[in-house]
Ligand binder design. Structure first.
Ligand code: ADP
Length: 372
């Protein structure tokens, strides 16, 4: 089957600034691919290259199997791409139905009418067909923009930060509705976002971009649980890092052994807040530990209770469903831990910190993740 979108070896610079560098990407039919990366990494430029709003300096773009940039040039309106941008870009002087009809120019009037009704029903907005954009809420405008993009049955829909102008309460709802419509119609989509939650929830696959290249492309759980680099680990979610060195049982960090590997001398353990468990220490535990640490054979930082390490809570942030605890280990390093909303260890509480059972933490050597 032909891929809906193929980008091969595509580069684009603005003056001496490379925005996209020899980038390759394939989006399969019906797939939603989310591109995420920090501001300025080239996400929008890539989308504009696919849309035909920019010409690549090198490389090939294929839409629905047809070359649209490279040896031949196909202008945006003949590319079979639909665009949904942050500012909904609806024509303010045209009614909703006329906005949608705009992309169907050249087709028989009866076909246009039928398609306008069809796509408005798809986004549950048939009742606003005669309104002007300013008579709609932000969420409705966004759904009209989606309907307009879908009307000509494009091979791929490009969405550039489509929900970021909506306020938070509306954003999740419009996002879910949009994904439902894309799924229901089997539409292929390339979505640009800087929001991790959006990328993780919407994308069948996620491309994490950095400085004009895709540093990791994979399913949401791959990029979150098996990041290829420090950059991806830090960008896709919160991460803390603890040094680990090899001993007889494998690689050990301050929390204890984290891997049976003995083939590297040293690494850093990537710890996400949901991977870090806390248990409150009683005052009796603390007294025993204090006595032990007075023992010359036990050095500071090596005091351990069970499988974990001792720490003190230094910050507590209530997030509603969860409470983020920051703890300071004996080494002075800090870790974060998500606790259920019913658990709140006050600042100053002594806790035992350990890895949540079953977690296989990622290990970094330098900037890259160790592969098994
Ligand atoms: P992102 O969408 O990830 O924030 P962009 O694709 O907008 O990134 O930008 C990538 C790089 O290209 C940045 O360094 C940006 O400043 C530069 N850039 C983007 N568009 C232009 C332009 N029209 N003229 C000059 N530089 C640009």
């Amino acid at each position: 089957m032909t891929s809906a979108l193929e980008v091969a070896g595509v580069s684009k610079s603005y003056g001496s600034t490379p925005a996209v560098r020899a980038l390759g990407l394939v989006v399969e039919q019906g797939e939603i691919l989310a591109l995420i990366g920090p501001s300025g990494c080239g996400k929008s430029t890539l989308l504009r290259l696919v849309a035909g709003l920019e010409r690549p300096d090198a490389g090939i773009v294929r839409v629905g199997g047809d070359v649209v940039a490279g040896p031949t040039w196909v202008p945006p309106e003949r590319r079979r791409v639909g665009l949904v941008f942050q500012e909904h870009a609806l024509f303010p002087h045209l009614r909703v139905s006329e906005n949608i009809r705009f992309g169907l120019d050249g087709r028989p009037r009866s076909e246009q009418d039928a398609r306008v009704v069809e796509v408005l029903e798809l986004v549950h907005l048939a009742h606003v067909a005669d309104r002007y954009p300013h008579e709609l809420s932000g969420g409705e405008q966004q759904r009209v923009a989606l309907a307009r993009a879908l009307a000509p049955r494009p091979a791929v829909v490009l969405l550039d930060e489509p929900f970021s102008s909506l306020d938070e309460s509306l954003r999740a709802r419009v996002r879910t509705d949009t994904v439902d419509v894309l799924r229901a119609t089997g539409t292929t989509a390339l979505l640009v976002t800087h929001d991790q939650t959006e990328a993780l929830t919407v994308g069948d696959r996620i491309g994490v971009m950095r400085e004009g290249v895709i540093e990791q492309l994979g399913s949401p759980d791959e990029v979150f649980e098996r990041p290829v680099s420090r950059f991806v680990a830090s960008f896709m979610g919160d991460a803390d890092f603890l040094p680990a060195s090899v001993g007889t049982d494998g690689l050990a960090c301050e929390l204890g052994v984290v891997s049976p590997r003995t083939d590297v001398d040293a690494a850093e353990v990537v710890l996400r807040p949901h991977e870090v468990a806390l248990a409150r220490l009683t005052s009796a535990d603390v007294a025993v530990l204090a006595a032990e640490s007075a023992d010359a054979t036990v050095r500071e930082g090596e005091v351990q209770v069970g499988a974990g390490a001792r720490a003190v809570v230094t910050r507590v942030e209530y997030h509603g469903a969860f409470v983020l605890h920051t703890v300071r280990l004996a080494s002075g390093r800090t870790l974060r831990s998500w606790q259920p909303h019913s658990v709140r260890h006050p600042v100053g509480t002594h806790v035992e910190v350990s890895l949540v059972p079953g977690i296989v933490a990622s290990l970094l050597v330098g900037e890259r993740t160790l592969t098994s």
